[in-house]
Every structure is written in structure tokens, then in C-alpha cells.
Design a protein around this ligand. Structure first.
Ligand code: ARG
Length: 462
């Protein structure tokens, strides 16, 4: 094929492309992933050409049948993809011609590969947005399950990865439900904006044929046709929005993954990950490694990388189509595949993991985690200004640290040696259970607040 002129535009060419030209130019190696979208788009286009009288019903029927045959060949894996035919659009059309002959040549009336690829890619990305929404919801449901079971399990809350205040397991799980809900709504927003059809923009200027863009838009599930033909073939912001939303979601997943890595370590023992989502070591028999969590933690690298790559490809491109834009796909494909994988793996891990309630509680009760409760008691009961209470509490923490005990283990006499007015009542606020139960402010960590949020989300996700 390299020596003869191209059958799609050969009219103007005396010789075929150099082998290197063919190699750099071809996208069929990857854009064959859009075969179904390409055929859907062509079917919608052909039906519209017939409905508007631009081609005959007979030709449209032949095209429709032929395209279905092509699709079944591709799905069966028997289709012979050709690099010489460059991309999925020309591969499909060439095969269609082999199958149905002359009418195949009428399919491309009033259309260009520019609006064709913009349409195919939009449809493909839209499918991925839908799959992301499904995956995010499933993970939210898994987290809700953990939150419901452990609404009152006490664990340390951290800042700077230092024990800060006791919180509940359920509250911690629900923090991720909230983050994921925003990821989900970012996907929904992106979907709303991308759901307009470029088809019929033709090469860039529209077409002189009396096409019906509303009809093709509707057939493909779009909310309508895009209103500017130059914009329709030139922009890839829909893919960038998907990548941006995917990047933020992957960032969230990486944080949960990191916590699972830390929590499953022998030093923390907060969770036991299931065998199904762990691996062993070939040399150290005792090991159980959180590989899935580590890999999820790493996925943000390639997903955000794709976002940066596509933004960089698009930056500074003059309107409208430039072949640069063929470089828009592979990274998006890779990012989408890896986001789905990360979501599914995280869902599995979260569903399976078992929190170690004893370790959680033990860790929560150490590190002077109820120091803030003590300071609040001094304010509430003794009427001290918070700054003074903070100072007194600091002295009590120093005393306990010196004695090698935790705050509730100090005797009343020891407490009174720091501040004479402290009474027995203070011990009521020093337990971690009392601490979390008192955090009843809206959105706080009290088990009742957590249960309210779990119930709210269960209803939303039902
Ligand atoms: N394979 C091309 C791409 O992915 C299709 C569009 C080609 N258009 C053109 N004017 N050469 O961008």
C-alpha cells in the first residue's frame, strides 16, 4: 500500500507515503477502540442522509446493513485493520466498500473526518464518564457500609499525622463519601456540557447539503447539535474536563490508598486487608503487602499526566483541526482504563477490609488525644478564658508525659497540683467515648451525627 496513492484522497497524489510517514500518521493502532462509536455515528449520519433525501433509502439501507456487518467483524476479532488506511474511520469505510460496493462512497456526503472523529471521541468519553459515575457510586456504597458498621468505633483523628482528637471510624469513612460525591458531580457536570453533537460541522465550515443536525444529535443521545462548526471540530475541552475530574478523583483515591497502606502496617494495625487484595513476598514469609492500595496510590501519576499531556497538546493550536489533535486519544484511553481499575480495586478493598476496633480505640486513647476536651472543660466549668485553659492543659500534658501516663491516669491530686479548682468531674470528659459523643455540632464526629449522615447518603444513593 505504501507505493500506491491513497484510495481516499489518491486523486491528487502521484505516489504513496513513505513508510515512516505512514507510521507517524496512522492512528489505527489505538483509535480502533472507537470502532463502535464510529459505526454508531455513521449509522446516524446515513439514516439522516436518507431522511433528508440526500441519498436514497436503498443506499441508506445497504450502508446500514454493511455497517452492522463491519461491526460484527470487529467484535468477533476477524476484522483486518490496515495501517495504510490510517485510522478507524477509513478502515471502516474501506471495508464497507468491499462489502456493499458503490453506496459506501455516499456515506461521507456532508461529513468530514474532522466532525467524525470529534463525534466518535465525544461518544467514547461520554461512555467513560458514565462508567466513572457507576464506579464512584459503587465505592461510595462500600464506604457507607463501613461507616454504618463503625459509626461509634473510636479512632484517632490526625493532623500532621500526629494524634489530634478522637474521631469515629464512621466519620472517617464518610469524609471519603463526601469527597467522592463531589467527584461524581464533577463527572455529571462535565457530561452535561459535553453532550452536544459536532456531527454535521463537516470539515470546519458546515456543509451545503440540507442535513438535519438535530436528527443525528438525537439519534446519538446528544442534547442537540453544537452551534459553531469551527468550535465543533476544534475543541477537546470535553476530554480535558473528564481528565480533570478523573485526576481529582484519582487524587482522592490516592489519599485513601495511602491511609490503607499506613493502617495495614504492623505499626498501626488499624485494618486488616483481605487476602483477595493483598500479595505476599517471595522471600519474607510473614509479609502481606497492600499492593492494590499502593498501585491505586500511584495511578494519579498517569491520570494527571494525561491531563497535562492533553492540555499541552491543545495549547496554542490555531483553529480549527490540526493533526496534533490525533494525539488526544491514547492518554485519555489510558487514564480512563486506570481510573476504572482503581475505582473497582478500591471498592473491593473497602468492602473486604476489617477494622481492628481494639487497635483503633487503643491508639485513640493514647497521645493525649482528649487534651482539647480537658481545655474545653476548664472553660465551661471553671469559666477560664480558652487561652489560659490551653496553657493549664499544656502543663497537665507535660506532667502526664513526665509520669509516663495518659491524661485520664493522672490522679486528682496531681491535677490539682497544676490547678487547684479542678474537680473529679473532669474525668467525665477525658474518655475517648465521651469526647466523640460530645462533638455533636453539625458535621461533627459524634456517632449520632455520623448516623444522620449515613442515613442521608443511603437515601441519596438508593
Ligand atoms: N485520525 C484522525 C484523528 O484522530 C482523524 C481526523 C483526520 N482529519 C484530518 N483532517 N486529517 O484526528
Amino acid at each position: 500500500m505504501t507505493s500506491s496513492a491513497n484510495q481516499m484522497w489518491g486523486g491528487r497524489f502521484a505516489a504513496g507515503p513513505d513508510a515512516i510517514m505512514e507510521a507517524i500518521n496512522a492512528s489505527i493502532g489505538f483509535d480502533q477502540r472507537m470502532a463502535r462509536q464510529d459505526i454508531d455515528g455513521s449509522r446516524a449520519h446515513a439514516a439522516m442522509l436518507a431522511a433528508t433525501g440526500i441519498i436514497t433509502d436503498k443506499d441508506a439501507e445497504a450502508i446500514r446493513e454493511g455497517l452492522l456487518t463491519v461491526l460484527s467483524e470487529i467484535e468477533a476479532g476477524t476484522f483486518q485493520f490496515s495501517t495504510a488506511l490510517e485510522d478507524i474511520h477509513m478502515n471502516v469505510e474501506a471495508r464497507l466498500k468491499e462489502i456493499i460496493g458503490e453506496p459506501a462512497g455516499r456515506l461521507h456526503t456532508g461529513r468530514s473526518r474532522n466532525d467524525q472523529v470529534a463525534t466518535d471521541f465525544r461518544l467514547w468519553v461520554r461512555d467513560q464518564v458514565d462508567a466513572s459515575i457507576t464506579g464512584i457510586r459503587a465505592l461510595m456504597v462500600a464506604l457507607l457500609g463501613q461507616a454504618e458498621a463503625g459509626a461509634d468505633w473510636v479512632m484517632p483523628g490526625f493532623t500532621h499525622l500526629q494524634t489530634a482528637q478522637p474521631v469515629t471510624w464512621g466519620h472517617h469513612m464518610m469524609a471519603y463519601v463526601e469527597m467522592l460525591s463531589r467527584d461524581l458531580s464533577r463527572m455529571e457536570d462535565a457530561r452535561r456540557r459535553m453532550n452536544y453533537s459536532p456531527l454535521g460541522a463537516a470539515a470546519l465550515a458546515g456543509t451545503s447539503f440540507p442535513i438535519d443536525r438535530e436528527m443525528t444529535a438525537k439519534a446519538l443521545g446528544f442534547d442537540g447539535p453544537m452551534s459553531n462548526s469551527l468550535d465543533a471540530v476544534a475543541d477537546r475541552d470535553f476530554a480535558l474536563e473528564f481528565l480533570a475530574a478523573a485526576s481529582i478523583c484519582a487524587m482522592h483515591l490516592s489519599r485513601l490508598a495511602e491511609e490503607l497502606v499506613i493502617w495495614s502496617s504492623a505499626q498501626f494495625r488499624f485494618v486488616r486487608l483481605s487476602d483477595r487484595f493483598s500479595t505476599g513476598s517471595s522471600i519474607m514469609p510473614q509479609k502481606k503487602n497492600p499492593d492494590a492500595a499502593e498501585l491505586i496510590r500511584a495511578k494519579i501519576g498517569r491520570i494527571f499526566g494525561a491531563n497535562v499531556a492533553l492540555m499541552t497538546v491543545m495549547k496554542g493550536l490555531p483553529l480549527t483541526y490540526s493533526k496534533d489533535m490525533q494525539e488526544d486519544k491514547e492518554q485519555v484511553f489510558d487514564a480512563a482504563d486506570n481510573l476504572m481499575l482503581a475505582l473497582a480495586a478500591m471498592e473491593g478493598m473497602v468492602k473486604d477490609m476489617e477494622a481492628n476496633r481494639d487497635s483503633l480505640r487503643h491508639a485513640a486513647a493514647s497521645g493525649f488525644s482528649t487534651a482539647t476536651d480537658l481545655a474545653d472543660w476548664l472553660v465551661r466549668v471553671l469559666g477560664m478564658p480558652f487561652r489560659d485553659a490551653h496553657h493549664v492543659t499544656g502543663s497537665l500534658v507535660a506532667l502526664a508525659e513526665g509520669e509516663g501516663v495518659d491524661l485520664p491516669d493522672l490522679t486528682l491530686a496531681q491535677m490539682q497540683s497544676v490547678h487547684g479548682q479542678i474537680t473529679e468531674d473532669v474525668y467525665n470528659v477525658l474518655s475517648v467515648e465521651a469526647s466523640v459523643a460530645s462533638r455533636m455540632s453539625y458535621g461533627g464526629t459524634a456517632p449520632d451525627q455520623v448516623r444522620t449522615q449515613v442515613a442521608r447518603w443511603k437515601e441519596i444513593l438508593a
